[in-house]
Design a protein around this ligand. Structure first.
Ligand code: V55
Ligand code: FE
Length: 482
């Protein structure tokens, strides 16, 4: 009855479960110096399997959430990682084995956990209303202690959220301190209900709107402009009958279009404008903004299925399609019900981020993981950090050298009021050969010159998806200052 992880590609080398919680006071500085203006905490989150999966197989978006924090204080950086004690985690800890089966398929769970939360808290971390929330789109946020990462409890916004889940990609507005968030399949598996919520700076729900989705699909991310919300629907769809037979939670439908719901931030369901586009998909949005009657949405778009491990409903083979930064433009004047589609850069890229102070506004810079010839691929297949300049079209890149990968870059402004893009990128570097990580600080305006500081971790930060920067003043006051 020993614990033995299966020999699957996902667990080989860098992907081997770490299963260790670390506490390191003062990371070793091996290059450069830590800018004194960096005063606050970088939080990130990713999956790390607690016990071997029941099915003997795994996909990279499953597994128990591990939160990582890097606290910057007077040039010192302290590191800590903790698993989130979700209901699922605690039940499995007691049983000393996995009790939850195939990804999000409750019909494959151990009978002893019927009705228990399946949430893994493995995708993102956000700050709202003096609460640090760990997110997975299949369940409600889990509040954790921002200093110790000790798990507190699930957070339903004081009972105001009646949806069964909330997205892992809410939008934090640094100007209003609102959190804009949503739930898809909001009344349970395979339901077509979509709920949009706005929480104020104190974590009170101040706006709520429900509508029906074109199909019960995945909505991983969305975008907001200063005035509008854009929700994309891509044909990765849930089928209850497939679930009951033990099948995958999503299937790709190569015959179905994409849809886009566009509505005012505080709009009503009757105000939704529907657009329809080709069979494409995307995980992640970079930003969106208004230009007169037109809304621009920049996203890492795949000309097909973005998830190899979610099979086609018609049995057709998976067709690889690299993510490419693309602009979809929605015309609200009523001239077209199809968004215009324009490639921004052909270099494959993912995990797009921005200077969050420009969220929803005309903006110049975007940051992402991208391909660079010769750079070794990281967890999600690309080896370099890139900055796109929308004004000039120039893509500047930096790659950490041989045998290294990179994780999603997080932008930190140099100071409140600094111009757009004046600040740093915080990036986890996977040192594959050494099986450990570095945290590097890049000058966002001089990426190509390489890190201004490199902090050496003696341990491996396996894979994290997303995270956020919480300035020290924000932790104290509960407010961001743009
Ligand atoms: C994604 C990630 C998820 C998930 C659904 O990147 C989609 C896409 C980390 O969890 O549950
Ligand atoms: Fe994501």
């Amino acid at each position: 009855m020993g614990v033995t992880f299966p020999d699957i590609p996902l667990y080989r080398g860098w992907g081997a479960p770490v299963r260790t919680e670390s506490t390191i006071r003062d990371l070793e500085l091996v290059q450069g110096s830590v800018p004194r203006e960096l005063n606050g905490t970088l939080y990130r989150c990713g999956p790390d399997r607690q016990y071997p999966p029941m099915t003997g197989d795994d996909i990279f978006i499953d597994g128990e959430g591990m939160v990582h924090m890097f606290r910057f204080e007077d040039g010192h950086v302290d590191y800590r990682s903790r698993w989130v004690r979700t209901e699922r985690f605690v039940l499995q800890e007691k049983a000393r084995r996995s009790l939850f089966g195939r990804y999000r398929n409750r019909y494959t769970n151990d009978p002893s956990v019927a009705g228990k939360s399946m949430g893994t808290a493995n995708t993102n971390v956000v700050w709202n209303g003096k609460r640090l929330l760990v997110l997975k789109e299949d369940s409600l946020p889990i509040e954790v202690d921002p200093d110790t990462l000790d798990t507190r409890s699930p957070w339903d916004f004081d009972g105001a959220v009646r949806a069964v889940s909330l997205t892992a990609h809410p939008k934090q507005d640094w100007h209003t301190n609102e959190l804009l968030t949503f739930s898809y399949q909001a009344k349970g598996d395979c339901t077509r209900d979509f709920a949009f919520y706005i929480a104020d700076a104190d974590g009170r729900i101040v706006h709520e709107m429900w509508f029906e989705m074109p199909y019960p699909g995945m909505v991983h991310d969305f975008a907001v402009t200063d005035t509008h919300v854009i929700v994309p629907f891509f044909p990765l769809i849930t089928d209850l009958e497939v679930l009951k037979k033990g099948g995958p939670f999503y299937q790709w439908h190569p015959d179905k279009p994409s849809y886009y719901a566009v509505f005012p931030r505080r709009g009503r369901a009757e105000e939704i404008r529907w657009f329809r586009g080709p069979t494409v998909s995307a995980g992640h949005m970079m930003n969106a903004y208004n230009e007169g009657d037109r809304l621009h949405l920049d996203l890492a778009l795949y000309q097909g299925n973005c998830f190899e491990f979610f099979p086609s409903a018609d049995g057709s083979p998976y067709k690889p399609a690299p993510p490419q930064l693309t602009r979809l433009t929605f015309d609200l004047s009523g001239r077209s019900e199809t968004p215009e589609m324009k490639l921004i850069v052909s270099t494959p890229d993912e995990m797009p981020r921005i200077d969050e102070r420009w969220m929803g506004k005309p903006y110049r810079y975007g940051y992402m993981i991208c391909r660079q010839p010769g750079a070794r691929a990281g967890d999600i297949g690309m080896g370099a950090i890139g900055r796109i300049d929308h004004q000039t079209g120039e893509l500047v890149t930096w790659a950490p050298g041989p045998d290294c990968g990179v994780q999603e870059p997080i932008f930190v402004p140099r100071r409140p009021g600094a111009p757009e893009g004046d600040g740093w990128l915080l990036v986890l570097v996977n040192r594959f050969a050494e099986m450990r990580s570095d945290l590097v600080v890049l000058d966002a305006q001089n990426l190509a010159e390489g890190p201004v500081a490199t902090l050496r971790l003696p341990v491996r930060v396996r894979m994290t998806f997303h995270g956020c920067w919480v300035p020290e003043s924000t932790a104290r006051t509960g407010r961001y200052v743009a």
